[in-house]
Design a binder for this molecule. Structure first.
Ligand code: GSH
Length: 470
């Protein structure tokens, strides 16, 4: 439906959608007011969203959904191969202090022979459809702080509501927007992990940043956890955990007087979250405890770009996945990925930088290098010598087909040419040999102006969206 709506009709739709957002908690903290990112209930603004869902062919949808349990299992398998993680990242760590510190904690746990028996993964695998090849490619796999299970679920509801009222005028049927159970599925996984840990008075601890615009997305999870599963949670920053936490001789993590059974990280994925040794001490304390970590250090490391690139090399997947069909399905969604010690590809990228994305080892959006900057950066890194190159990987650039969207930000609608990225949530829970959960757990569609290189809702580039199956 690439048809521009009349101003009057659009105004009505936007107003209805904004009212719906306010009434249903599709909100974030207001940027312009510092207190609204610290305290709940003051200074909310609607989350940025697309007015109508974005069309997606059913075949890609099915393909992406079917990959979720495969990636869940892959993450778990790879996390068990300590040598693979340490060796693959050994050059990255020389130039990237952050990854180096994570690897150090990983090593420390190995030397203690620490076993993570209850393993909880709440991942999101992100995809784009390349218009030139008609292929669904994985952009990245998030194993830490996968955002928007809460607000993403709501946008699907919003879109079904909008289409329920205006679908006839828009020529769209609300039944083609798949339900999005991300929030209930993630809450269920957290609750199951909590019960596997088997300490009825213990709480789930959400590790948060001191200032968090996206707190309501997090509160959606903790609210469902409490209301539906009767599990209480606390919210702590890494600094607070260092100040108020300790580990008992039996391994129990105690923070602020609460025994903690599950630690759910919504911070700690970026170096900015570790301004001092305090925060690193907290991360180490958590890791050395018996609490279930989502993610553990090993799961966190599996989500790095470098590991994504290593897994795409020939014959590596086979080391972790026995089932040949699964190997083929996983490999099919891998885009071209190269390390920078591949001279030939570096030369090609300098020649045709528009066909590549240069990615440093960073999470959270806004860090990638595109276009002629790729060439400049490669020249600079080469001049500086070998090690700097190891901090980056090269990825084939994906070119999705654009469509027309109405992006709503701060109450104002912008009609734009856009492209979209489909994220599929996956939940995995295993206790020793027993796999308790391995499933696809809802989705996150994100849409951005097609001329913008960067994505990410939290980073301010994209808006929340849902899927219209065609
Ligand atoms: N601290 C925020 C939160 O807990 O929601 C942001 C966390 C964050 O940036 N998460 C990344 C993500 O899923 C993965 S590490 N971003 C999606 C987006 O912003 O669109």
């Amino acid at each position: 439906s690439d048809e521009v709506l009349s101003d009057e009709f659009l105004e009505k739709l936007v107003s209805d959608a904004l009212v719906w957002s306010a009434l249903h908690g599709l909100v974030v903290g207001d940027r312009s007011n510092s207190i609204s990112c610290k305290v709940p209930g003051v200074g909310m603004v609607h989350a940025p969203f697309a007015l109508t869902p974005t069309p997606l062919p059913m075949s890609y949808w099915r393909q992406a959904c079917e990959l979720a349990p495969l990636f869940n299992e892959l993450v778990d398998r790879v996390s068990l191969d300590a040598d693979f993680l340490q060796n693959s990242l050994s050059r990255t760590k020389k130039v990237d202090e952050f990854t180096g510190r994570l690897l150090e904690i990983h090593l420390q746990m190995l030397s203690l022979d620490k076993k993570e028996e209850i393993r909880l993964g709440l991942h999101r695998s992100d995809y784009m459809v390349d218009s030139e090849t008609d292929m669904l490619y994985q952009i990245e796999l998030n194993t830490i702080s996968s955002s928007f299970p809460g607000l993403g679920s709501l946008v699907a509801d919003l879109h079904r509501n909008v289409l329920g009222h205006y679908g006839q005028d828009l020529g769209l049927d609300s039944r083609n927007v798949p339900e999005n159970p991300a929030v209930s599925q993630f809450a269920k996984a957290l609750a199951n992990a909590w019960s596997e840990y088997n300490a009825s008075s213990a709480v789930v601890m959400v590790v948060v940043q001191g200032e968090e615009r996206n707190m309501y997305d997090q509160y959606w999870l903790s609210t469902v956890l409490k209301d539906k599963h009767g599990v209480a949670s606390i919210r702590k920053t890494l600094a607070e955990i260092d100040a108020q936490g300790h580990v008992l001789p039996d391994g129990t993590l105690v923070v602020d007087g609460h025994s903690v059974s599950v630690v759910y990280f919504r911070a700690g994925y970026t170096p900015n979250d570790y301004p001092s040794e305090t925060e690193w001490r907290a991360r180490l304390l958590i890791e050395s405890s018996s609490a279930v970590k989502c993610p553990s250090i090993a799961y966190h490391l599996v989500g790095t770009k470098k590991i994504q690139q290593e897994l795409a090399k020939p014959d590596i997947l086979e080391r972790f996945v026995e089932n040949k069909d699964h190997v083929a399905a996983l490999r099919k969604c891998f885009a071209g990925l190269w390390s920078l010690d591949n001279d030939e590809i570096v030369r090609t990228a300098m020649d045709k930088p528009e066909l590549f994305v240069l990615k440093p080892q960073r999470e959270g959006g806004g860090n990638n290098i595109y276009g002629t900057d790729v060439r400049e950066m490669l020249i600079k890194l080469r001049k500086e010598g070998n090690d700097g190159l190891a901090a980056y990987i090269l990825m084939q650039r994906i070119f999705p087909k654009d469509s027309l969207s109405y992006l709503i930000r701060d109450g104002i609608s912008h009609t734009e040419k856009t492209i979209s990225e489909l994220g599929i949530y996956g939940a995995y829970l295993r206790n020793k040999d027993k796999v308790i959960i391995n499933e696809q757990s809802g989705y996150l569609m994100r849409t951005k102006v097609s001329s913008s290189n960067e994505g990410g809702v939290a980073a301010g580039f994209a808006v929340l969206d849902s899927v219209y199956l065609t």
